[in-house]
Write a protein that binds this ligand. Structure first.
Ligand code: RIB
Ligand code: CA
Length: 326
């Protein structure tokens, strides 16, 4: 049972100093791009990271939670509450992405094993308690991996749906094809039933699909700009951004944090999104009803354009001031 603490005491206990900042919970499966997203959030004083909750996804949970702690320590924030959430999808067999993220989950970046402790509470329980302790709609939920924890939280505590300020998730694809199957993006395909629960929950969703993140590419020139910033965090991010294949990698998860920091870099529309959970051929496909022809209710703001150079300029600006942890 998570000790119920008042929101203010919770924040102070968490070492939070900036009560005017936008409070966020990061649900994540680090993961190369998750790591960049977390470091971007930690380097941005507009944001207060109240908790990092690991989920199984790119890597098994034991790896994602350890990576989450190691990344928080790299960012100079060993005071941040890191929890382990769900270790497998709700229904389907687990899938992982070591082929892309490498055996450590952090690609070319080698970090020392974390020394900060993992919090004892289950990440789903901790999320529920934090949402209930915080002022209504004051916390933004950032989902960077499969939506298992998010789904389990709203199943266990439906009352939190009305308390969440916004759920900003990286996942899905519309006109872009899938990156895990021809029809489906990894985060949704990895737990389509969780995604269905989330998109039918009434949560205030902003969805950042591959259509957007594939526009934000870590070209050699951009990586060189990050590396030239100096300091351990920027150097680590430059390592993380190194291409794992022939073409520059897409900056998937950092787009979630960039959207919080500079929403004007993105454009989208409020539409219905439905999740394919039956077909083996298209399992995890996000069916985005741009024309409103399905009759299904609007349930998400889906982004579709981005100022990619603006995202990179933001990343560089934040990392340039982050070499000395706060
Ligand atoms: O499809 C990209 C998403 O899947 C990213 O969140 C990446 O980290 C993986 O989780
Ligand atoms: Ca991820």
């Amino acid at each position: 049972m998570v000790e119920r603490v008042g929101f203010r005491r919770f924040s102070q206990a968490n070492g939070s100093k900036n009560m005017t900042a936008r409070h966020i919970i990061i649900d994540t499966d680090p993961g190369i791009d998750d790591a960049v997203a977390i470091l971007l959030a930690l380097a941005s004083t507009e944001l207060e990271v109240d908790a990092v909750v690991a989920v199984a996804g790119n890597m098994p949970l034991a790896v994602t939670e350890a990576n989450a702690r190691a990344i928080c320590e790299l960012g100079g924030r060993s005071n941040i509450a890191v929890y382990a959430g769900c270790g497998r999808p709700i229904t389907r067999p687990p899938i992982t992405a070591e082929h892309f993220h490498g055996e450590t989950g952090l690609g070319a970046l080698v970090l020392p094993a974390p020394t900060m402790a993992l919090r004892a509470e289950h990440g789903v329980d901790a999320t529920i308690d934090l949402m209930r302790a915080a002022p209504a709609k004051s916390v933004t939920w950032c989902a960077l991996g499969p939506l298992t924890n998010v789904a389990m939280a709203v199943i266990k505590a439906p009352d939190i749906v009305e308390r969440v300020g916004e759920l900003v998730l990286m996942g899905g694809a519309s006109r872009a094809l899938g990156n895990t199957t021809p029809a489906a993006e990894f985060n949704i395909h990895a737990d389509p039933h969780a995604a269905q629960v989330v998109f039918e929950s009434g949560l205030p969703i902003t969805m950042i699909p591959l259509d957007v993140t594939h526009q934000v590419r870590s070209t050699p020139e951009r990586i060189a700009r990050v590396a030239a910033l100096g300091g351990p965090v920027a150097a680590a991010v430059a390592r993380l951004l190194e291409p794992s294949g022939a073409q520059p990698s897409a900056l998937h998860d950092p787009c979630v944090i960039a959207y919080l920091l500079a929403p004007k870099l993105f454009q989208g529309s409020r539409v219905n999104v439905a999740i394919e959970c039956e077909s083996a051929l298209t399992l995890g496909m996000t069916v985005v009803d741009w024309r409103g022809v399905s009759g299904r209710p609007v349930n998400a703001k889906v982004l579709r354009t981005v100022d990619a150079e603006g995202v990179y300029a933001l990343l560089e600006e934040r990392l340039s001031g982050s070499s000395i942890p706060r």
